[in-house]
Design a protein around this ligand. Structure first.
Ligand SMILES: [Zn+2]
Ligand SMILES: [Zn+2]
Length: 270
């Protein structure tokens, strides 16, 4: 089978609402159809109901934008029925104070899925950004919250589980232990890990000041542990969905490392 024929589902797609993505919602759908995706999951950065009224407009929408986001994706789902299967989701952190709220929203809005992006420690209001965290204590904190997040049972997969390596200086013993701990726990909980292609783009633009991600050492471990791995385009512009060369390279890399790839998320239904 040729690589491109394996391109089935991408569940990591942002929208302009997060403040750092480009293109209309419909542009993403049209790009996905053009690229031959069978399934497109929208998973824009989740808003949170900060008690202080804080907003982080360059990173995520606000809670009052959520309804319109859902309506827009649902309308596209209907409009393109039969041409592509569209799912409505969010990419969410593990913010302990707001997990009950998230659970309620998932139910209330009828979200199809949530993916776990462990970007910040406890909150982006005052917590550290793990993608800019160079210290061992940061890596250990990332690991702790990664486990707690996975254990909520809310998430269909763990996005860029190696994000903590972005600014972490070397793949040392701590990085290895964190990686092994995350991979083993994900396996126990049957949570697929995402090999994230946005990390590569950031690295190419010189944004990674440390090891960067996706990092081979991490995915070698995932291969040995036996994790299920799905490639995520993490599209912040429609053209990212058409980048089949990058996708095929990633597939080759995972195959070389003996990683068990999945191409679709089970349990989302037709
Ligand atoms: Zn983003
Ligand atoms: Zn993302």
């Amino acid at each position: 089978m040729k690589s491109a024929e394996k391109r089935i589902g991408n569940y990591h797609t942002h929208t302009m609402r997060c403040g750092h993505a480009a293109g209309s919602d419909e542009d993403y759908v049209l790009a996905a159809i053009e690229a031959g995706w069978k399934v497109l999951g929208f998973s824009d950065h989740a808003p949170w109901p900060y008690r202080s009224g804080y907003t982080n407009l360059g990173v995520r929408m606000t809670t009052d934008m959520l309804k319109e986001y859902c309506a827009s994706v649902r309308a596209l789902q209907e409009k393109y029925k039969g041409r592509i299967r569209i799912y409505l989701g969010l990419e969410c952190e593990y913010f302990p104070a707001y997990m009950d709220w998230l659970r309620e929203q998932k139910e209330k809005l009828g979200l199809d899925f949530l993916i776990f992006g462990n970007h910040f420690e406890d909150s982006d209001e005052d917590g550290i950004y793990y993608g800019a965290a160079p210290l061992k204590e940061h890596a250990l904190s990332y690991c702790k919250n990664a486990l707690l997040g996975m254990e909520t049972g809310l998430f269909s997969y763990f996005a860029h589980p190696d994000l903590f390596l972005m600014n972490y200086p070397v793949f040392d013993e701590t990085a290895k232990q964190v990686s092994e701990t995350i991979c083993r726990r994900a396996l126990e909980l049957h949570i697929p890990l995402e090999y994230n292609l946005q990390g590569q783009r950031l690295e190419e633009r010189g944004k990674a000041k440390g090891v960067g991600y996706p990092k081979r050492d991490f995915w070698e471990i995932a291969g040995k542990v036996g994790n299920e791995v799905i490639i995520g385009m993490d599209a912040h512009s429609p053209d990212a969905l058409i980048d089949s060369e990058r996708y095929n390279r990633a597939m080759e890399e995972l195959r070389r490392l003996g990683v068990k790839q999945i191409f679709e998320l089970p349990g989302l239904g037709e």
